[in-house]
Design a binder for this molecule. Structure first.
Ligand code: OSB
Ligand code: MG
Length: 369
């Protein structure tokens, strides 16, 4: 397929609640939406960087620069025979996985649409619906937290992930566990702790958490290995895994038992498939993480999560958990009876962008031909 046109949209959609984690707070979902056109078809991808480098070093502005000056020039007007080619075409640019992922995902969407199959079918997915949970941001106090968790449990979420921080850890986890003895409960530290906190994590072993996500430094594998050897709760890595190579090192070092796979963090679908297959072979279970994406990113995530080795519930929640209004006609909704979201069945990512809503939330647009 000849890549005839690529458009970049800077989008900002207000959240229904501010999203606070150990290293920052977000009031809006800022992202770049990528639209790729070829043979009368349109592929969509999302680059869910923040406007600050508090989760990864990438920001909206670095992603926009790298896309415009380095990534898009390598793709535009080229004839691509398979979406797997994109990863190699972009490989000379080091890092900047979120910028790369948006292009990669948009071109996968395009090829699935050309073959008139859903992205899940295109990738060899085996599930029609995905078990999901909800990620609960840091709260002001315990009663606010319990109210928030209660409203999510009442909506039908069967798995809850609590953000934790140096001043918000055992107490909130214990209170939620006391109120919900059987809830699938987990914690995400976003790298807020160090090996000085081993005793704290040993106490968490009493809470029957499904896993603890990224307790230690964002670029560490070694200390996570040490921590994992001293606690029973499985460690899940998020920030530390940015490539197949990181995955190989984490497995060899026994730094984790589980990986939160985010397509954007690892630079696209081709890399995600490689990590998925390696983990499946090595007995490391995955789940699909989220970046509070618009429906475009969450639809991509649903298709990816339909692969066999995504076993724990995904961080993909219904649209109303994030936004009053999204940029697509289709609203992504929780099936409350079994805490799942249905994988869209139309071709590609399977949902339509609403041009009016896109322009309502878009504050800058660039087109490349
Ligand atoms: O650490 O998983 C994370 C959101 C933004 C940045 C990092 C993380 C998160 C979440 C939200 O936990 C998951 C979601 O998209 O619902
Ligand atoms: Mg995380």
């Amino acid at each position: 397929m000849k890549i005839e046109q690529i458009a970049l949209y800077n989008v900002s959609i207000p959240f229904v609640f501010p999203f606070k984690f150990s290293n920052g707070e977000l009031l809006n979902h800022t992202c770049l939406i990528i639209e790729v056109k070829s043979e009368g078809l349109t592929g969509w991808g999302e680059c869910p960087t923040f406007d600050n480098p508090y989760y990864t070093y990438e920001t909206i502005n670095t992603a926009s620069h790298i896309l415009k000056d380095f990534l898009i020039p390598r793709i535009i007007n080229k004839t691509i025979n398979s979406p797997q080619e994109i990863r190699n075409l972009l490989a000379p640019i080091r890092g900047h996985n979120m910028a790369k992922s948006a292009l990669d995902c948009a071109i996968y969407d395009l090829f699935a649409k050309k073959q008139k199959v859903s992205l899940s079918q295109f990738l060899g997915g085996i599930k029609n619906s995905i078990k999901v949970g909800v990620s609960v941001s840091l709260q002001g106090d315990i009663s606010q937290l319990l109210n928030r968790v209660e409203s999510y449990v009442n909506e039908g979420y069967q798995r809850v992930k609590l953000k934790i921080a140096p001043d918000w850890n055992l107490k909130p986890l214990r209170e939620v566990r006391k109120k919900y003895p059987d809830l699938q409960l987990m914690a995400d530290a976003n790298s807020a702790f160090s090996l000085d906190d081993v005793a704290l994590f040993q106490k968490m072993d009493e809470l029957n958490l499904t896993m603890i996500e990224q307790p230690l430094a964002y670029d560490d594998l070694l200390d996570h290995r040490t921590l994992q050897s001293q606690i029973n709760t499985p460690i899940c890595l998020d920030e530390s895994i940015n490539s197949l190579h990181d995955t190989r090192m984490a497995i060899a070092l026994k730094s984790c038992q589980v990986i939160n796979l985010k397509v954007s963090r690892v630079g696209g679908i081709t890399n995600s498939l490689a990590i998925h297959d390696l983990c499946e072979k090595k007995g490391i279970k995955l789940w699909c993480g989220g970046m509070l994406e618009s429906a475009i990113g969450r639809a991509t995530n649903l298709h990816l999560a339909s692969l066999s080795n995504f076993v724990y519930p995904a961080d993909i929640s219904s649209t109303n958990r994030y936004f009053q209004e999204d940029i697509t006609q289709t609203v992504i909704d929780l099936n409350s009876e079994d805490s799942t979201i249905t994988v869209p069945t139309n071709s590609g990512i399977g949902i339509e962008v609403d041009e009016n809503l896109l322009s309502k939330y878009c504050h800058h647009q660039q087109v490349f031909r």
